[in-house]
Design a binder for this molecule. Structure first.
Ligand code: FES
Ligand SMILES: [Fe+2]
Length: 460
């Protein structure tokens, strides 16, 4: 395909090999959510680097944005039983999210109503929340149970001593909180996402891998690294044989949701004359999210494309993993990189097994670093017991992701990203231009993130 055949006005992609063109080759019914194209032009102005490097902008995000958005805290399976709780720290705030005896999920501000000590220093399991300082106690429903030397607190007898709460919500087995009691419900905040994920009940998947590491860049620099596939051509050259990078489709939905769809098991438009055998050999070895990661290669039957071959192989292995009949699954859903993001910092892949999840949290009050979480959601056979969720592996900042065997081929890919991110942060700080310029189409999800961010930081 040569560059003269580019579709005009439709991004920098190549006729005949776009994601929509590939959908025409499906031999099962294509669900509507894959057919949608939604990319309203949001402008081409530069973005000031202040948005990534200034403490003043960071503080505005804290006061006007983080205080009002839905944010993913943990998996429901992380707090499966009454008393299980997760401590969620975000900038200056700390919240305890817990399972109550009735099975509901509640979130409490993690601060003792006596002299303010955090009630819990870390996640765990308790029968009650007992402050480690002087022993004031609340039950799992947040009701005050008492404090030693009660006689000295008669002046508090008429006060409401229940733990202040934050809003909680769940979707797909994820727990979310919102500090704003007047916020819109999580379901409407998520816009098209619940509908688009209806074929993928993530609440029935389990957390098979969880790795967390500090990254030396602003949380948005981290998040944005996963919002466009076009850096593949320079940063992840080893996957070009099986990645339709420049043929990716980018969509935005409302204020909070966007997605990229990158066709896999087709070669990049940047390469020519790549055989199906080469595509299959490399995707099995290097993709990190095919059912069978191996470097042995396969014998290709005649008359079948790499795309169909890999999809069929995944179908068989994913069916085995879940006990689910996947005869109506499209090739796209079986192998493509279909990645959604929910404003501001939660990202999750479509798919029947091995769905990757990313989250980028500010690291304390530092605009120049963030905390990156990656999870991989897996299936277990229907009717069998849900495996325990993987414990979080906290990787020291100087350790490469490739040192975590659980990440497989994803580890080296993240290391390639990590080679850029601190350098992006440093480069922005020394920039004389003082601004970044975005690609009109392929970086439209980044523009969309900032457009929504503006609606928060510019509001009272
Ligand atoms: S600060 Fe919690 S009991 Fe005193
Ligand atoms: Fe990357």
């Amino acid at each position: 395909m040569n560059k003269a055949e580019k579709k005009q006005g439709d991004g920098g992609r190549f006729e005949g090999t776009t994601f929509q063109d590939l959908l025409d080759l499906e031999n099962v019914e294509v669900p509507e959510y894959l057919r949608i194209k939604s990319n309203p032009h949001l402008g081409d102005e530069d973005l000031s680097v202040d948005r990534y490097i200034s403490q003043e902008f960071f503080d505005r995000e804290r006061d006007h944005m983080w205080s009002r958005v839905w944010q993913m805290v943990c998996r429901e399976e992380d707090i499966a039983e009454p008393g299980d709780h997760h401590v969620y720290n975000i900038i200056d705030s700390s919240v305890i999210v817990t399972r109550t005896p009735s099975g509901s999920i509640k979130g409490y501000i993690n601060s003792c109503l006596h002299r303010g000590r955090c009630l819990r220093d870390e996640s765990g399991t308790v029968n009650e929340f007992r402050c480690p300082f002087h022993g004031a106690t609340w039950n799992l429903d947040g009701e005050f149970q008492g404090i030693p030397c009660q006689w000295d607190f008669e002046h508090l007898a008429d006060r409401d001593m229940s733990l202040p709460e934050v809003k909680t919500g769940t979707w797909g087995g994820f727990v979310f909180i919102n500090f704003d009691h007047d916020c819109e419900p999580l379901e409407s905040y998520m816009d098209v996402m619940p509908d688009h994920f209806s074929r993928f009940p993530l609440q029935d998947y389990f957390k098979g891998v969880h790795v967390q590491r500090v990254m030396n860049c602003n949380w948005k620099v981290g998040a944005e690294a996963f919002m466009e596939s076009w850096h593949t051509v320079e940063t992840h050259k080893q996957i070009l044989t099986f990645t339709g990078d420049e043929n990716s489709q980018y969509d935005t939905f409302g204020d909070n949701v966007s997605r990229s769809v990158t066709p896999m098991a087709v070669h990049s438009p940047h390469l020519e004359n790549i055989s199906d055998e080469a595509i299959i050999r490399d995707i099995l070895k290097l993709s990190g999210r095919m059912a069978l990661d191996s470097d042995e290669g396969v014998e290709m039957p005649d008359g079948i494309s790499a795309r169909r071959y890999v999809a069929d192989m995944n179908r068989e292995l994913f069916e085995e993993a879940s006990g689910q009949d996947l005869s109506d699954a499209t090739m796209a859903e079986l192998e493509d990189a279909i990645l959604y993001s929910l404003f501001p910092n939660f990202q999750v892949w479509i798919g029947y097994n091995g769905n990757i999840v990313y989250r980028f949290l500010p690291n304390g009050n530092d605009p120049h670093s963030c905390i990156f979480d990656v999870m991989i959601l897996l299936r277990y056979p229907e009717g069998s017991q849900r495996p325990d969720p993987a414990a979080c592996i906290t990787l020291p900042v100087e350790e490469p992701f490739s040192s975590v065997p659980e990440l497989g081929a994803l580890g080296p890919v993240f290391d390639q990203d990590d080679a850029n991110l601190p350098a992006v942060q440093r480069g922005m700080r020394t920039s004389r231009k003082g601004a970044v310029s975005l690609a009109s189409y392929q970086e439209s999800r980044i523009r969309h993130l900032h457009a929504t961010l503006d609606k928060y930081v510019d509001s009272p």
